[in-house]
Unconditional design. Structure first.
Lengths: 418, 271
């Protein structure tokens, strides 16, 4: 392999990266404690293989589609939690906040006869208000977020009970609303969206390369860029191919095929928040406050406003999670967003590679971590384990993820990567 | 060198409640020169710097910048004038890379999207203008940099914004011998590029190595502001520890000691 040097911005001589050196660098970073999503992806593959071997049904199209619907609530809440975790804060109330917002939407739809396009926005605004109050208490009064959200955790549980009149179950009958996390896209739309996603990703990647090359800046090697695009293309197209197969047990009665509607919704928020975190100054400031609050303050970043905003995003995403949960069950009950939902969401973010210490994490972590959680939950159910065992295993895996985070951090400190 | 100071402070008073920290302090910073600000712990160096950078408000006194009297009420006023402070604890974010840190809080944007290529290029140019060649990549995380490299990034950040005055708070305090030399060279280069540099330091070797003028604070008073070539090592030490040395420094009859219980001696009496 020949190494060519190039002169980049300001005349700094650098080695032009080749595919080999890029992979080498990546491996170096991993060894240095910057693990990213690697453990989660490996875990996902290993767990899928174990469950797949143990139960044939695990790899069936029906179960594959189910995974998305089952994990939607956790993934949405985890996406919002990533913003909170990036500041080194925590939102323990996200689960019940999603329950409250879900109850709001169900009450408006069923008890007041509103339509989905008015009920959903009200639920989302409820989420935003909840987030603002939490963020205000943390940022302006200086109460630790652990305490604020622990109090809110209890209070929202009560709010949910009050809203539901002490434990009744409200079912939703709005067709559009119930379709959100139950129905599938048509086969045509499934393919169109999958191809659009791949083309869009390729466009962004090439555009980035072009604009850097134009200014003589170091670009990622073409081979790596093509590998990324190819990887995404294979993943999306294979998944689409599986999901567009007939997966109903009795197709004559009720045909089931197409990508679940919730998938493009997850995709939309994944792209949106990734863009916000990676490409806007707001996102940069979130990382800065999470990395070194004092430095951020001196750089003129409005730290308090950033702190409030992450809680707003956190609760907003929790509201979406709540809407998805209610849509999935077509009803809301006092335990919507309760029991293991919050821990699964925090777990998803941490397993995906977001640090509990702040400053490190990406929105994709929520999706990958959420997938790991969903696979564990789903796989163990298929294998006939009871809830008790499932909780124990999920708890252990969350501990493992947190240990990986802490150990990686220590290793990173030793190698000077963090 | 240049006859007119870039920044001139005169009669600066600053107190916190009953404690008067700065008494009638004057300071001149000249373009193209390194002015070393020395003084013992508690002499008021940091307070003076915070007054210049807008973190504290002065109680009375005048600040003249490029011949015009100005009022600095906030850090953004100071950076608007072209005054940048490189803090002792650096104020860099470990989890961001070099370019991201240099543009923190002042990101270049195209629409709402960050303009990374432009930022990377500008950061590279700023580092190149300081002849910095020690960085492996501009996209390196600051966490992976050595102390000297971090200091370099912090200083280059100040240069990036076309600052006219750079104030460095103990830039070599935590550095080894080689890195100290590197940073001092950088400080010298800043001044040679025409900037006014204020170097706060405890280290006499550093002060004599790079500074053109020395301003010594003693218990909140400016004991003397002298040319480095006019004084000796021991004279500066005397100025720092006693406020006077021979015929330079504070006049002996003035009650220089404001410590302890004699707080009733007000600065108004000095005028």
């Amino acid at each position: 392999m020949t190494t060519t040097t190039t002169t980049t911005a300001g005349g700094v001589k650098v080695v032009k990266p080749t595919v080999a050196s890029y992979i080498n660098d990546y491996w170096g970073r991993v060894r240095g404690g910057d693990l990213g999503t690697l453990p989660a992806i490996l875990g996902l593959i290993v767990l899928s293989l174990i469950f797949g071997i143990a139960r044939d049904t695990f790899f069936s199209g029906l179960n594959f589609a189910n995974l998305f619907n089952q994990s939607a609530q956790v993934v949405f809440i985890a996406m919002g939690l990533i913003f909170v975790l990036l500041l080194g804060e925590i939102d323990l109330s996200a689960g019940f906040a999603s329950g409250v917002c879900g109850a709001v939407v169900a009450i408006l739809l069923t008890n007041h006869g509103w339509d989905w396009y008015t009920a959903i926005p009200v639920a989302l605004i409820t989420g935003i208000i909840i987030g603002f109050v939490l963020g205000f208490l943390v940022a302006k009064l200086g109460i630790p977020s652990f305490v604020v959200t622990l109090a809110a955790f209890l209070a929202f549980q009560g709010v949910l009970l009050v809203l539901l009149g002490g434990g009744t179950n409200i079912s939703t009958r709005n067709e559009f609303f119930n379709a959100l996390n139950n129905n599938n896209l048509s086969v045509t739309w499934s393919w169109i969206l999958a191809i659009l996603a791949v083309v869009g990703y390729a466009g962004v990647q090439f555009n980035q390369m072009r604009s850097r090359a134009k200014r003589n800046l170091v670009t990622d090697p073409l081979g790596i860029v093509l590998m990324r695009i190819g990887g995404l293309a294979v993943l999306l197209l294979v998944a689409t191919a599986i999901l567009t197969q007939e997966r109903a047990i009795n197709p004559a009665i009720n045909s089931l095929k197409g990508v679940p509607i919730v998938v493009p919704i997850i995709g939309f928020f994944l792209v949106l928040w990734t863009f916000v975190l990676g490409r806007t100054s707001y996102g940069r400031h979130v990382y800065a406050v999470g990395g070194n609050t004092e430095a951020a303050r001196r750089a003129g970043i409005p730290v308090d406003r950033i702190r409030i905003s992450v809680f707003v995003i956190g609760s907003f995403m929790a509201a979406i999670g709540g809407i998805m949960a209610v849509s999935r069950a077509s009803s809301v009950d006092p335990n919507t967003g309760g029991s293991n939902i919050l821990l699964y969401s925090v777990g998803a973010a941490v397993i995906g590679g977001t640090s509990l210490f702040g400053g490190k994490g990406k929105v994709i972590n929520a999706v990958i971590g959420g997938a790991v959680i969903a696979v564990i939950d789903n796989g163990m159910t298929l294998m006939g384990f009871n809830s008790g065992t499932k909780f124990i295993v999920t708890g252990l895996i969350l501990l493992v993820a947190a240990s990986v985070d802490a150990l990686a951090r220590r290793r990173a400190a030793a190698t000077g990567n963090r | 060198m240049a006859a007119t100071p870039l920044l001139e402070l005169s009669g600066i008073n600053k107190g916190f409640g009953p404690v008067q920290v700065l008494h009638d302090v004057g300071l001149s910073v000249y373009p193209g020169e390194v002015t070393a600000l020395v003084g013992d712990n508690g002499a008021g160096k940091s307070t003076l710097v915070k007054c210049i950078s807008g973190i504290y408000q002065i109680d009375s006194g005048t600040v003249t910048f490029e011949g015009n009297q100005v009022a600095i009420h906030s850090p953004s006023d100071a950076s608007g004038l072209g005054i940048e402070v490189v803090y002792q604890d650096l104020a860099l974010c470990d989890n961001l890379d070099v370019v991201q840190n240099m543009f923190l809080g002042r990101e270049k944007k195209r629409g709402i999207v960050l303009d990374e290529p432009t930022m990377e290029q500008m950061a590279g140019d700023a580092l190149a203008s300081l002849s910095v060649r020690t960085l492996k990549s501009l996209r390196q995380l600051v966490a992976s940099l050595s102390g000297g490299q971090r200091q370099t990034v912090a200083i280059a950040k100040a240069v990036l914004w076309n600052s006219k005055i750079v104030i460095l708070d103990e830039p070599t305090a935590a550095l080894g011998v080689a890195q100290t030399a590197q940073v001092l060279e950088l400080v010298r280069r800043l001044a040679d590029n025409g900037l006014g540099v204020v170097l706060i330091s405890h280290n006499m070797n550093d002060v004599f190595a790079v500074s053109d003028r020395i301003a010594a604070l003693y218990l909140g008073r400016m004991a003397a502001q002298v040319k480095t070539t006019d004084v000796t090592h021991s004279q500066v030490v005397e100025l720092i520890t006693g406020g006077r040395s021979g015929n330079i420094g504070l006049p002996p009859e003035k009650p220089a000691d404001f410590g302890g219980d004699v707080v009733d001696i007000t600065p108004g009496g000095d005028k």
